[in-house]
Design a protein around this ligand. Structure first.
Ligand SMILES: *Cc1c(COP(=O)(O)O)cnc(C)c1O
Length: 360
């Protein structure tokens, strides 16, 4: 079996033991006699898969009893709409901190529901950094403050959550969820599409504070009302059975790695190795400011577009997958999600050194 070095930004690399387990159990779940693709979402077998996934997530992130865990569909993108529909009153205002394209999209959806205050943006600086605390202009009447913890396209990441006082804090954590510990008690709502770091595409993980549900107006479409999913434990309608099963296996794998502190240490080692290669020699140039650098998505440039094309062509020929930057920004992006082995980073660093030697 030959696997390439998978630097895809999402869907991304999954742990090999998880894939092996899926293969082993594909024709018959142990003790069930059917594939996970064939079972009823109301069966005991799925009940146990869902409960275990929820319990594991609760343990890994130390999710307090004040918060509920949901497994929803529609991607992080549907959360852009559900959050304002549920929590932004029509005559109210919400603060949005804009640090990249995904924050912009979240703002666009919120504006269809109510008023948005852009509490800070680094758009003028090509989103090369995270705003400083003093730059935040929060509206004291805001229904919530929304931010994006890791900017998948621009390669920046919040080192820690913004200080917002008593305002409910909402986070799109799609591309760094489960990459490091998270103090869930600070959040009213955290959401993440699973396909970056937590499993395959098809399910969105949402953690929300239960007392916040009291703010939801009546009359929302049933599927868009968080209360529907809380009351029915994510089983109001058919959930994405396979994706939840695969997320559960991924969570089990993360627990076996020693939990999120150990995972974060491994991620920090991978990122520092790659950034050290970018910073040495002057051939490569990181696009994010140093204090804002993402440990998940590492974005960099070469001296000119011709060299970038050659770099990507040669990288692909050498088994490196997923290195082109997002189509909106170009350049190179190496995504270092949890399941990417250190050896893949080491191989990339060697390749980069050889390429710079030949072309520098
Ligand atoms: C990928 C991504 C999204 C979009 O996720 P979908 O599940 O495709 O809707 C939103 N926000 C961030 C930060 C992302 O990385």
């Amino acid at each position: 079996m030959k696997r390439c070095h998978n630097f895809n930004a999402g869907p991304g690399v999954l742990p090999v033991p998880v894939l092996e387990r899926i293969r082993e159990e594909m024709l018959s779940l142990p003790g069930v006699g059917m594939s996970v693709l064939e079972i009823s979402h109301r069966s005991k077998a799925f009940e146990s898969i869902l409960t275990q996934a929820e319990d594991r997530l609760r343990r890994l992130l130390s999710v307090p009893d004040t918060h509920r865990i949901l497994f929803l569909q529609g991607g992080a993108s549907l959360q852009f709409s559900m959050i304002p529909l549920n929590f932004l009153p029509k005559d109210g205002v919400a603060d949005y901190i804009v640090t990249g394209s995904w924050s912009e999209k979240a703002v666009e959806e919120a504006r269809k529901v109510g008023r948005v205050n852009i509490a800070a943006t680094t758009k003028e600086e090509s989103y090369a950094r995270i705003p400083k605390p003093a730059e935040l202009q929060l509206d004291p009447t805001a229904a919530y403050v929304h931010f994006t913890s890791n900017n998948t396209i621009f390669g920046t990441q919040w080192a820690t959550e913004p200080e917002v006082g008593d305002a409910p804090l909402v986070c799109d954590a799609s591309s760094d969820f489960l990459s490091r510990p998270l103090d869930v008690s600070k959040y009213a709502l955290v959401y993440a599409g699973a396909q970056k770091n937590a499993g395959p595409a098809g399910v969105t993980l949402v953690i929300l504070r239960e007392d916040w549900l009291a703010r939801i107006p009546d009359g929302l479409p049933t599927m868009l009302d968080y209360r529907t999913h809380v009351q029915n434990r994510s089983l109001y309608n058919t959930p994405p059975v396979f994706a939840i099963y695969a997320v559960g296996l991924t969570l089990e794998y993360l627990e076996a790695q020693g939990g999120l502190a150990a995972v974060a240490a491994a991620n920090a080692e991978k990122a520092s190795k790659l950034y050290a290669a970018i910073d040495s020699g002057g051939f490569y140039r990181g696009t994010a400011q140093r204090d804002s650098r993402s440990l998940m998505n590492v974005c960099f440039r070469l001296p000119n577009p011709g060299l970038e094309t050659a770099f990507l062509r040669e990288a692909a020929a050498n088994g490196f997958e997923g290195l082109p930057g997002h189509r909106s920004v170009g350049g190179i992006r190496a995504s270092l999600y949890n399941a990417l082995p250190l050896e893949s980073v080491a191989a990339l660093v060697d390749f980069m050194r050889d390429f710079a030697r030949c072309h520098g």
